[in-house]
Structure formats: C-alpha cells, structure tokens
Design a protein around this ligand. Structure first.
Ligand SMILES: [Mn+2]
Length: 388
C-alpha cells in the first residue's frame, strides 16, 4: 500500500495530554515518566504530525506564577517554531481541580461558575497567544450523580450564560475562535449534561452566537452511548457544525478507553474517514487517545504512529472502494431507479402537494426491489481485510 507516511498536509494533531499520558488510571499509578511539552512537540513533528493541542494546565501548571508562565510559553513557542508545528486548538481543564468537584459552568455555587469563566478566559488568552483558532469545551464535571442536588433545568441555563459570555469575550478580544462542544454521556460524572453531539446541536441553536459554535465529537464518547459514530459525524458535518473531531477507538459501551484510532471499530471508522475525506471536512484530524498502560515511551510513539497509519489506511481503502468495479457496479444496481419514474422536486407549492398526493405509487411493486446488501457488505469486509 502506498501513501502511508504521515505528512503535515494530512493535518494530524495530538493533545499534550495524549502522547503525554503517563499511564495513570483510576486504579493505578503512572507506569511511565512524564515527557516535557517541548520534547513532545519535537517527537510529534518528527513522526509527521502538524499540530499539538493542550488544556491550559497541560502547559502551564494551575499554580504557576506569571514569571513561570512567561518562561513556559516562551520555550513552547520556540519549540513550535523550531519544529514547524502549529496549535490548531486549545481548551480549558475544568475537571481536575477539586474546585470543580460538582461542576464548573453548572456548579451550584455561583463563585465556582465565575471561577470557571475566569479560568476559561485566561486559557483563551493563552491559546490565542499560541495561534489557536478552535476552542474546545469538554464539560467533564458538568453533570450530577444526585439529581436532587442540582436542578438540571437551571444548569442548562447556567451553561448557556457562560458560553454566551465567552463568545462575546472572544469577539471583543478579536480572537476569532470557533467554539467546539464535546459531548460525553458519563465519566467522570454519573451522568453528564448534553450526553451526545446531537444534544449539543440542539443546544447551539439557542445561543446568542450560534454561528460561532459547533461540535467536537469523540469516537469513544458517542460509542459509550451506543451510537453509530459515522452517523453522528455525518449529521454534524451536514449541518456545517463539525468544527473539530476527536479520533480514538473504544470497545463498545463501557468506560472511556481512548484506544489507538482504528484498533477496534474498523468498519465504522473506515466509513468515518471516507466521510471526512469526501464531504469537505477541512479541520485537524486530532487524536484524543493514549497508549496502553503497559507501554513505555517507545510504545507511546508506536501508538501515535499507529493512529496516523490507520487513518491513512482507511483513506487509501476509501480510494479503493471508489475504484472497485464490482462494488461500484453493485452500488449502481442498488441505486438504480426505474426509468418510468418521473421525480418530483420536493419544493413545496400547493400544486406540488396535490401532485404528490395523487402520484401513483404501488407499494407492493416498490417492496419487490432487490437489495443485495449481504453481498455489498461482504465486499467491504473483503476490502478491509485485504483479500481483494
Ligand atoms: Mn475519551
């Protein structure tokens, strides 16, 4: 197979928290040392990534002094320049610190909500300073275990107030951010508000600046809710709302696994990549995943290379799918419409309504159409398994 070497124009990006993940999980301590952001930038560039993303505190510790912040940012900027890397996206950590134990924008405590907005403004400043144009919101603590404790109806309003305020802040500062909202059904909260990208698409329409706000769907997060990720992304893309994407993998509806992209859900992710490549998605191909806890640093780079390699394999397979004579002939047969059919454009007029109502459609004849999907799907399986 050709074209499997990642290059800058593929727009692959990783978060500092992904390749920098030291292998900690809720039951175990880190299994490998932390790698400095500067070293991560260098390695990412060497393996063909174009971008690196961060939460504010991935780069600048929450208790850093102004002088420490300046030194860190200076060194990080120099590394970006030295290795030809960009920061396409930035985000805020509104989940690690104990202050967010009952939510950030949806905390019951108005002082915590204010702190969350303040922390986000400062983090937006940091992202803008490093060139980010996409700003992700993942509300990891925006939810509840005890519904008696928090009014979900009010919590939605608080979340909206904060986002409206931050949109205005971005405009007033001339940051030109596009906000991307990232859904997850649960974990770390028992239940998280806005559990799917579809929920966010509905919410966005209620904001003061809906044009500034889209979604950042993550493979594993939607699969935790049992959803078809290809369908989720198709809807977001068709709505002009796919502002960013978090690529990873997941073994079905269970805890968030953040596995190497393409390591599990091969057929679904093939159709995802085909969609992204063919329907005009121009944003970063961002991997929000991490290496198995059993890996050392070398394994982290195997993991990162594997994410990009699998994306490029799917891209190449999409090309083969489009050029496969048998698949295309079968699709032509499936999509063929009887020549006697005169299509009616679905633009409503009173007259058109009468025509639709009166159209002679024989449901028994329609139901007889042959749909050889078994054969089609097996051809896809053969293609993906490399026996075609
Ligand atoms: Mn995840």
């Amino acid at each position: 197979m050709k074209n499997l070497s990642p290059r800058k124009e593929h727009k692959f990006s990783f978060g500092l928290w992904t390749v920098g993940n030291p292998g900690r999980d809720p039951f175990g301590e880190p299994t490998r040392p932390m790698i400095s952001p500067v070293k991560l930038v260098k390695h990412l560039s060497e393996i063909g990534a174009y971008g690196v993303n961060f939460h504010d505190n991935d780069l600048v510790p929450i208790d850093a002094t102004q002088a420490e912040r300046e030194k860190i940012v200076r060194e990080f900027k120099a590394a970006l320049d030295d290795y030809g890397m960009v920061v396409p996206m930035a985000t805020t950590n509104l989940f690690t610190d104990p202050v967010f134990k009952d939510g950030a924008f949806t905390s019951n405590d108005p002082r915590v909500r204010l702190y969350a907005v303040q922390k986000t403004m400062r983090s937006m400043d940091l992202g803008a300073e490093l060139g980010a144009k996409i700003y992700v919101f993942w509300g990891g603590r925006e939810g509840a275990e005890v519904d008696a404790s928090k009014d979900a109806y009010e919590a939605i309003k608080w979340f909206r107030e904060s986002l409206n305020f931050l949109c205005e802040y971005s405009i007033s500062q001339g940051y030109d951010y596009r906000f991307a909202l990232e859904a997850k059904p649960n974990e770390p909260r028992g239940d998280i508000y806005f559990p799917s990208s579809g929920a966010y698409l509905g919410f966005i329409a209620t904001l003061d600046h809906p044009e500034m706000v889209g979604v950042n769907p993550e493979v594993g997060h939607e699969q935790m809710a049992g959803l078809n990720f290809y369908h989720v992304v198709a809807q977001a893309l068709e709505a002009g709302k796919l502002f960013h994407i978090d690529l990873n993998d997941q073994k079905g509806p269970r805890f968030d696994q953040d596995l190497r992209f393409g390591s599990e859900g091969i057929k679904n992710l093939f159709f995802l990549v085909k969609l992204l490549e063919e329907k005009g998605y121009e944003g970063p191909r961002h991997f929000d995943a991490h290496a198995y806890r059993s890996e050392d640093e070398e394994g982290v780079w195997d993991f990162a290379a594997g994410c990009m390699r699998n994306y490029l394999i799917f891209k190449e397979k999409a090309r083969q799918f489009n050029e496969d004579k048998e698949i295309q002939a079968l699709l032509a047969e499936i999509h063929a419409i009887d020549k006697s059919f005169e299509p009616l454009p679905m633009k409503f007029t009173k007259e058109r309504a009468e025509q639709v109502k009166a159209y002679n459609l024989d449901r028994i004849e329609l139901a007889k159409k042959k749909l050889p999907y078994e054969k089609l799907d097996q051809l896809v399986v053969d293609l993906l398994l490399g026996v075609r």
